[in-house]
Design a protein around this ligand. Structure first.
Ligand SMILES: Cc1cc2nc3c(=O)[nH]c(=O)nc-3n(C[C@H](O)[C@H](O)[C@H](O)COP(=O)(O)O)c2cc1C
Length: 303
């Protein structure tokens, strides 16, 4: 693949700007290795917390028009058990960004320290999970965002990505708080709070009742968040939300994203989606006469 596609974000050198989004394929080293073989520039793991969590009971995921609704409840093996899996994932040739969460800034600090010591190339702070209130609430309050980012930044030497929620009135305010606290990059966005009800039984379908909406339904919201953040905050942005093809990826880069993440589309198109998006961006750059992805970042802002 041509060097036109290589990008640098938060000091991570990526062979192309396409990443796997957090939580989509879990933490199995072997599965994540297959994603790397599909060509991605970096992978993000499922969110890892301080201790094991079983998550919510089923149903935890339901297909709705234009996407998925999930209320997983952050199931994970806990950081100490995850470190064994990280050793397998680390053998891949692309940067591994470990997504982490906690209920307090102290817990974020502990998990970040452990995963970086174990070889994570960067951490992504999940302060935006919409169905685990203690975590989602952090990302809605600029003061809490600052506290978590500052604490993690004070203990790790690797880049820190802060993943924001679209479930706020002013995403720029939250992005500014993360930037002031020293985040190296911002990922925008996590899922949108949503729900579905079975009209025969009258019951909410997800066990958690309210979950997070992902997929094409949220793309225009995510594009707007990336545009607003990159216009007002001087920190690189990773776009995420409803990207299914190269056209979507280019749209996010034009909006201001330096890289993009793909989640739900893996369920629709399998691992081929990574290859197709990477090839499509490359062909677009050539057709439009761009020398690099960098030239495309935020190009829509001049209008
Ligand atoms: C089943 C599922 C599990 C997810 N788990 C996580 C997670 O552990 N941590 C996180 O930060 N985001 C998680 N997400 C959110 C995605 O990383 C992404 O932000 C969101 O789905 C929007 O992107 P998409 O439309 O490409 O899926 C999850 C999404 C889905 C659908």
């Amino acid at each position: 693949m041509g060097s036109k596609l290589s990008v640098e974000i938060a000091k991570l050198k990526l062979r192309n700007p396409v990443m796997l989004a957090a939580g989509i394929l879990g933490i199995s080293g072997l599965t994540l290795t297959r994603v790397v073989e599909a060509g991605v520039g970096a992978i993000v793991t499922k969110s890892i917390g301080p201790m094991q969590r079983v998550g919510f009971s089923n149903p935890t995921i339901v297909e709705v028009d234009c996407g998925f609704l999930n209320g997983m409840g952050l199931p994970n093996p806990g950081v100490d058990a995850f470190i064994e899996e990280l050793k397998v994932i680390k053998k891949s040739e692309v940067p591994v960004i470990v997504s982490i969460f906690g209920f307090t800034s102290q817990q974020f600090e502990t998990v970040a320290t452990k995963v970086v010591d174990a070889g994570a190339d960067a951490v992504e702070l999940n302060i935006s999970c919409p169905h685990v209130n203690e975590v989602g609430e952090i990302g809605q309050n600029p003061q809490s965002v600052k506290e978590v980012v500052k604490r993690v930044k004070s203990v790790v030497s690797k880049p820190v990505f802060t993943k924001l929620s679209p479930n706020v009135t002013d995403v720029v305010k939250i992005a500014k708080a993360a930037a002031e606290a020293g985040t190296d990059a911002i990922t925008a966005v996590n899922t949108l709070r949503a729900m579905a009800i079975d009209i025969e039984t009258g019951r909410p379908i997800l066990a958690s009742k309210i979950g997070g909406l992902s997929g094409p339904a949220i793309k225009p919201i995510a594009v707007r968040c990336v545009y607003e953040i990159s216009k007002h905050v001087d920190v690189p942005v990773v776009g995420c939300g409803g990207i299914s093809n190269w056209q979507d990826a280019v749209e996010f880069i034009l909006a201001g994203a330096s890289a993009i993440q793909i989640g739900t589309a893996v369920a629709y198109y399998d691992f081929n989606v990574f290859h197709d998006v990477i090839e499509g961006i490359q062909a677009y750059l050539v057709r439009k006469g761009y020398g690099s992805v960098e030239e495309l970042i935020g190009a829509s802002h001049k209008y």
